[in-house]
Design a binder for this molecule. Structure first.
Ligand code: SF4
Length: 271
């Protein structure tokens, strides 16, 4: 059972306890803590010259929280021109509900919203593409979605694509790249400008998944959606449970993986 604590800032009932530093926060101080951390990141992106941002917006909790944060930031500091871009992979019984949630939230914030589908871009849905190979659905879906996002961002004249990847997602990707022996991917900083590629920025990359989920719930941007029917087959699920258990026993493990990758990016590790 969850023990009762008071908010460390104002003394009201807490809604969140941080595993790392055992801080207790009430709803409004939790929201302002998240916003100050992510708004700092938005300021950094603005100073770095990003102005025309596409939000990769699936309608799920992470991208919905990201959209909400951008909407709130724009109210006090309207430095970005933003379009939400939803990719419809064509997954029966899953994507339609996500698109409905995405349209509702984009309308609520009066963001421009574009939907591109695999069937228009590649002349086939994901369901068609994986008909005889369901076990590799995520491996097939990932590159198609990246290409679709790249094309959409190019069409919309974006200088960056913002995604809702959180600390948990990033740590999982690092470990998966290590397990696959894919050093090239591990070394690739998606934010770095490269010829012919639109940089990816990840303003939530230092937030735990449970922080992103709670923020989405407390700000009314969370929708209950069905899980992707192919998700259960993902190797990522095994990596996720391994890392969750490590983070539980050794708080800070996820963040240390991120810092490890950053040290590779900045060439701080020498032979
Ligand atoms: Fe695509 Fe896999 Fe995500 Fe489903 S779980 S949307 S198949 S990457």
């Amino acid at each position: 059972m969850c023990a009762f604590h008071h908010c460390d800032v104002c003394g009201l009932a807490h809604v969140f306890t941080s595993h790392d530093n055992k801080r207790h926060l009430c709803s409004s101080h939790f929201i302002s803590d998240i916003e100050s951390r992510v708004f700092n990141e938005f300021s950094r992106l603005s100073v770095a010259g990003y102005k025309r941002v596409i939000i990769a917006f699936s309608g799920g909790k992470d991208s919905s929280a990201l959209l909400e944060l951008f909407a709130r930031y724009q109210k006090i500091n309207p430095v970005f021109s933003i379009t939400a871009l939803t990719i419809d992979e064509g997954i029966m019984g899953y994507r339609d509900a996500c698109i409905e949630a995405a349209v509702t939230l984009a309308n609520k914030h009066a963001f421009e919203h574009t939907i591109l589908s695999f069937s228009n871009l590649f002349s086939k849905t994901l369901d068609d593409a994986v008909k005889n190979n369901c076990g590799r659905a995520c491996a097939i879906c990932g590159p198609m979605r990246r290409k679709a996002l790249e094309e959409g961002a190019g069409l919309l004249g974006a200088d960056s694509v913002a995604t809702g990847h959180c600390l948990d997602d990033e740590a999982q990707s690092i470990l998966m790249n290590i397990l696959r022996g894919d050093g090239q991917k591990l070394m690739r900083n998606p934010e770095k400008k490269r010829e012919g590629l639109i940089p990816r920025v990840k303003p939530l990359r230092l937030l735990h998944e449970r922080e992103v989920t709670l923020y989405a719930m407390l700000t009314g941007s969370y929708s209950i959606l069905p899980p992707c029917p192919y998700a259960a087959s993902a190797v990522r699920n095994e990596v996720r449970s391994l890392l969750n258990s490590l983070e539980y026993k050794h708080p800070g493990s996820l963040l240390r993986l991120i810092r490890f990758q950053e040290s590779l990016w900045s060439n701080r590790i020498k032979n």
